[in-house]
Design a protein around this ligand. Structure first.
Ligand code: DC
Length: 222
Protein backbone atom coordinates (compact mmCIF):
# COMPACT_ATOMS: atom_id res chain seq x y z
CA UNK A 1 0.00 0.00 0.00
CA UNK A 2 1.58 3.24 -1.09
CA UNK A 3 -1.16 5.54 0.14
CA UNK A 4 -0.37 7.35 3.32
CA UNK A 5 -3.46 9.04 4.68
CA UNK A 6 -6.99 7.67 4.65
CA UNK A 7 -9.89 9.87 5.78
CA UNK A 8 -13.23 8.33 6.78
CA UNK A 9 -16.10 10.69 7.60
CA UNK A 10 -19.77 10.09 8.21
CA UNK A 11 -22.67 10.49 10.63
CA UNK A 12 -22.98 8.94 14.11
CA UNK A 13 -23.30 5.17 14.16
CA UNK A 14 -22.36 4.57 10.51
CA UNK A 15 -19.66 2.14 11.65
CA UNK A 16 -16.68 4.41 11.02
CA UNK A 17 -14.70 3.44 14.13
CA UNK A 18 -15.08 -0.30 13.61
CA UNK A 19 -14.21 -0.07 9.94
CA UNK A 20 -11.37 2.44 10.36
CA UNK A 21 -9.75 0.32 13.10
CA UNK A 22 -9.87 -2.78 10.89
CA UNK A 23 -8.56 -0.96 7.80
CA UNK A 24 -5.67 0.40 9.89
CA UNK A 25 -4.95 -3.06 11.32
CA UNK A 26 -4.89 -4.72 7.89
CA UNK A 27 -2.59 -2.05 6.46
CA UNK A 28 -0.41 -1.68 9.55
CA UNK A 29 -1.41 1.99 9.82
CA UNK A 30 -2.07 4.14 12.87
CA UNK A 31 -5.76 4.59 13.67
CA UNK A 32 -6.89 8.01 14.93
CA UNK A 33 -10.42 8.16 16.33
CA UNK A 34 -11.13 11.91 16.44
CA UNK A 35 -14.65 11.44 17.87
CA UNK A 36 -13.02 9.89 20.96
CA UNK A 37 -11.10 13.14 21.47
CA UNK A 38 -14.28 15.26 21.42
CA UNK A 39 -15.86 12.72 23.77
CA UNK A 40 -12.91 12.89 26.21
CA UNK A 41 -13.21 16.66 26.41
CA UNK A 42 -16.99 16.40 26.90
CA UNK A 43 -16.46 13.99 29.81
CA UNK A 44 -14.08 16.48 31.38
CA UNK A 45 -16.63 19.30 30.92
CA UNK A 46 -19.28 17.12 32.61
CA UNK A 47 -16.95 16.11 35.46
CA UNK A 48 -16.14 19.75 36.13
CA UNK A 49 -19.84 20.68 35.96
CA UNK A 50 -19.22 23.35 33.31
CA UNK A 51 -22.47 24.20 31.46
CA UNK A 52 -22.14 23.09 27.81
CA UNK A 53 -23.21 26.61 26.81
CA UNK A 54 -20.13 28.18 28.44
CA UNK A 55 -17.96 28.37 25.31
CA UNK A 56 -15.24 30.47 26.90
CA UNK A 57 -14.57 28.15 29.80
CA UNK A 58 -14.76 25.04 27.61
CA UNK A 59 -12.31 26.55 25.12
CA UNK A 60 -9.90 27.36 27.96
CA UNK A 61 -10.28 23.79 29.24
CA UNK A 62 -9.59 22.38 25.75
CA UNK A 63 -6.40 24.44 25.51
CA UNK A 64 -4.97 23.18 28.77
CA UNK A 65 -6.13 19.55 28.51
CA UNK A 66 -3.89 16.76 27.41
CA UNK A 67 -5.93 14.36 25.25
CA UNK A 68 -4.08 11.35 23.90
CA UNK A 69 -4.93 8.24 21.89
CA UNK A 70 -2.68 5.26 22.53
CA UNK A 71 -2.73 2.33 20.11
CA UNK A 72 -1.92 -0.99 21.74
CA UNK A 73 -2.35 -4.40 20.09
CA UNK A 74 -5.02 -3.15 17.70
CA UNK A 75 -6.98 -1.40 20.50
CA UNK A 76 -7.17 2.34 21.04
CA UNK A 77 -7.01 3.70 24.58
CA UNK A 78 -8.09 7.26 25.30
CA UNK A 79 -6.31 9.27 27.98
CA UNK A 80 -7.34 12.63 29.31
CA UNK A 81 -4.85 14.39 31.57
CA UNK A 82 -3.20 11.03 32.22
CA UNK A 83 -6.44 9.20 33.12
CA UNK A 84 -7.72 6.28 31.05
CA UNK A 85 -11.25 7.31 29.96
CA UNK A 86 -11.67 4.72 27.18
CA UNK A 87 -14.85 3.19 28.62
CA UNK A 88 -16.35 6.29 30.26
CA UNK A 89 -16.48 8.31 27.04
CA UNK A 90 -18.99 5.82 25.54
CA UNK A 91 -21.68 6.62 28.15
CA UNK A 92 -24.96 7.77 26.56
CA UNK A 93 -24.71 11.02 28.56
CA UNK A 94 -21.42 11.88 26.86
CA UNK A 95 -22.99 11.03 23.47
CA UNK A 96 -25.82 13.38 24.28
CA UNK A 97 -23.63 16.44 25.00
CA UNK A 98 -20.67 15.83 22.69
CA UNK A 99 -22.11 17.51 19.58
CA UNK A 100 -22.64 20.73 21.50
CA UNK A 101 -19.08 20.73 22.84
CA UNK A 102 -17.78 19.86 19.36
CA UNK A 103 -19.57 22.87 17.86
CA UNK A 104 -17.43 25.36 19.84
CA UNK A 105 -14.90 26.98 17.44
CA UNK A 106 -12.08 27.15 20.04
CA UNK A 107 -12.51 23.47 20.83
CA UNK A 108 -12.30 22.50 17.17
CA UNK A 109 -9.23 24.65 16.62
CA UNK A 110 -7.39 22.99 19.51
CA UNK A 111 -8.41 19.40 18.67
CA UNK A 112 -7.70 19.79 14.96
CA UNK A 113 -4.17 20.94 15.88
CA UNK A 114 -3.69 17.85 18.04
CA UNK A 115 -5.10 15.59 15.29
CA UNK A 116 -2.78 17.00 12.63
CA UNK A 117 0.21 16.63 14.95
CA UNK A 118 -0.70 12.96 15.48
CA UNK A 119 -0.55 12.14 11.77
CA UNK A 120 3.23 12.59 11.79
CA UNK A 121 4.68 11.46 8.50
CA UNK A 122 1.52 9.65 7.39
CA UNK A 123 0.35 6.01 7.24
CA UNK A 124 -2.79 6.83 9.18
CA UNK A 125 -6.48 6.12 9.03
CA UNK A 126 -8.41 8.96 10.65
CA UNK A 127 -12.17 8.97 11.18
CA UNK A 128 -14.56 11.75 12.15
CA UNK A 129 -16.83 14.36 10.61
CA UNK A 130 -14.45 16.90 9.06
CA UNK A 131 -11.35 14.87 8.24
CA UNK A 132 -11.53 15.07 4.44
CA UNK A 133 -12.72 18.68 4.44
CA UNK A 134 -10.71 20.31 7.24
CA UNK A 135 -8.25 18.16 9.17
CA UNK A 136 -6.61 16.39 6.23
CA UNK A 137 -7.91 18.08 3.06
CA UNK A 138 -5.01 16.53 1.12
CA UNK A 139 -5.66 12.97 2.33
CA UNK A 140 -4.77 10.39 -0.32
CA UNK A 141 -8.06 8.47 0.00
CA UNK A 142 -11.33 9.95 1.22
CA UNK A 143 -14.47 8.06 2.16
CA UNK A 144 -17.90 9.07 3.39
CA UNK A 145 -19.51 6.18 5.24
CA UNK A 146 -23.22 6.31 5.84
CA UNK A 147 -26.24 4.08 6.63
CA UNK A 148 -29.95 4.55 7.29
CA UNK A 149 -30.88 6.11 10.65
CA UNK A 150 -32.73 2.92 11.70
CA UNK A 151 -29.72 0.74 10.95
CA UNK A 152 -27.33 3.11 12.71
CA UNK A 153 -29.58 3.12 15.80
CA UNK A 154 -29.77 -0.69 15.75
CA UNK A 155 -25.97 -0.98 15.64
CA UNK A 156 -25.42 1.52 18.48
CA UNK A 157 -28.13 -0.21 20.54
CA UNK A 158 -26.44 -3.60 20.22
CA UNK A 159 -23.07 -2.07 21.12
CA UNK A 160 -24.37 -0.31 24.24
CA UNK A 161 -26.45 -3.24 25.46
CA UNK A 162 -23.37 -5.47 25.18
CA UNK A 163 -21.52 -2.96 27.35
CA UNK A 164 -24.28 -3.17 29.97
CA UNK A 165 -25.94 0.23 29.45
CA UNK A 166 -29.71 0.44 30.03
CA UNK A 167 -31.18 2.30 27.08
CA UNK A 168 -33.89 1.75 24.45
CA UNK A 169 -33.45 1.68 20.68
CA UNK A 170 -35.92 4.59 20.42
CA UNK A 171 -33.77 6.74 22.73
CA UNK A 172 -30.69 5.98 20.65
CA UNK A 173 -32.49 6.76 17.39
CA UNK A 174 -33.66 10.12 18.81
CA UNK A 175 -30.11 10.89 19.94
CA UNK A 176 -28.67 9.99 16.53
CA UNK A 177 -31.19 12.23 14.76
CA UNK A 178 -30.34 15.07 17.17
CA UNK A 179 -26.60 14.61 16.56
CA UNK A 180 -27.07 14.44 12.76
CA UNK A 181 -28.73 17.86 12.88
CA UNK A 182 -26.17 19.36 15.30
CA UNK A 183 -23.16 17.95 13.44
CA UNK A 184 -24.32 18.94 9.97
CA UNK A 185 -25.68 22.38 10.83
CA UNK A 186 -22.91 23.79 13.00
CA UNK A 187 -21.02 26.83 11.71
CA UNK A 188 -17.46 25.53 11.93
CA UNK A 189 -16.51 22.53 9.76
CA UNK A 190 -19.90 20.81 9.70
CA UNK A 191 -20.40 17.21 8.70
CA UNK A 192 -20.48 17.25 4.89
CA UNK A 193 -19.38 14.84 2.25
CA UNK A 194 -16.21 16.16 0.58
CA UNK A 195 -16.70 16.55 -3.21
CA UNK A 196 -13.80 14.14 -3.83
CA UNK A 197 -14.89 11.50 -1.29
CA UNK A 198 -16.20 8.06 -2.23
CA UNK A 199 -19.61 7.45 -0.65
CA UNK A 200 -20.25 4.02 0.85
CA UNK A 201 -23.74 3.19 2.11
CA UNK A 202 -23.20 0.40 4.62
CA UNK A 203 -26.88 -0.24 5.44
CA UNK A 204 -26.83 -3.64 3.75
CA UNK A 205 -23.12 -4.40 3.94
CA UNK A 206 -21.18 -6.41 6.51
CA UNK A 207 -18.17 -4.88 8.26
CA UNK A 208 -15.84 -7.06 6.19
CA UNK A 209 -17.49 -5.94 2.96
CA UNK A 210 -16.98 -2.28 3.89
CA UNK A 211 -13.34 -2.87 4.91
CA UNK A 212 -12.67 -4.77 1.66
CA UNK A 213 -14.33 -1.99 -0.37
CA UNK A 214 -12.19 0.70 1.25
CA UNK A 215 -8.94 -1.23 0.87
CA UNK A 216 -9.90 -2.11 -2.71
CA UNK A 217 -10.35 1.58 -3.60
CA UNK A 218 -7.09 2.53 -1.90
CA UNK A 219 -5.23 -0.15 -3.87
CA UNK A 220 -6.75 1.05 -7.14
CA UNK A 221 -5.87 4.69 -6.37
CA UNK A 222 -2.23 3.75 -6.23
O1 DC B 1 -17.77 9.46 16.04
P1 DC B 1 -18.36 9.72 17.42
O2 DC B 1 -19.82 9.40 17.54
O3 DC B 1 -17.56 9.11 18.53
O4 DC B 1 -18.22 11.32 17.59
C1 DC B 1 -18.72 11.98 18.71
C2 DC B 1 -19.11 13.41 18.37
O5 DC B 1 -17.95 14.19 18.15
C3 DC B 1 -19.98 13.60 17.14
O6 DC B 1 -21.35 13.67 17.48
C4 DC B 1 -19.52 14.90 16.55
C5 DC B 1 -18.17 15.12 17.11
N1 DC B 1 -17.08 14.99 16.13
C6 DC B 1 -16.79 16.10 15.38
O7 DC B 1 -17.46 17.11 15.49
N2 DC B 1 -15.72 16.07 14.54
C7 DC B 1 -14.99 14.96 14.41
N3 DC B 1 -13.94 14.97 13.58
C8 DC B 1 -15.30 13.81 15.15
C9 DC B 1 -16.39 13.84 15.99
Amino acid sequence: MVKKTIAIDGPAGAGKSTVARLVAKRLGYLYIDTGAMYRALTLLVMNQSIPVTNEEEITALAKKSDIKLINNNGRVFVYCNGINVTEKIRQPEVSHYVSQVASIPGVRKRLVELQRAMTGSGRVVMDGRDIATTVLPHADCKFFLTASVAERARRRYRELIEKGFKITEEEIEADIRHRDVMDSQRKVSPLVCAPDAIVIDSTNLTVTEVVDTIIGYCERMR
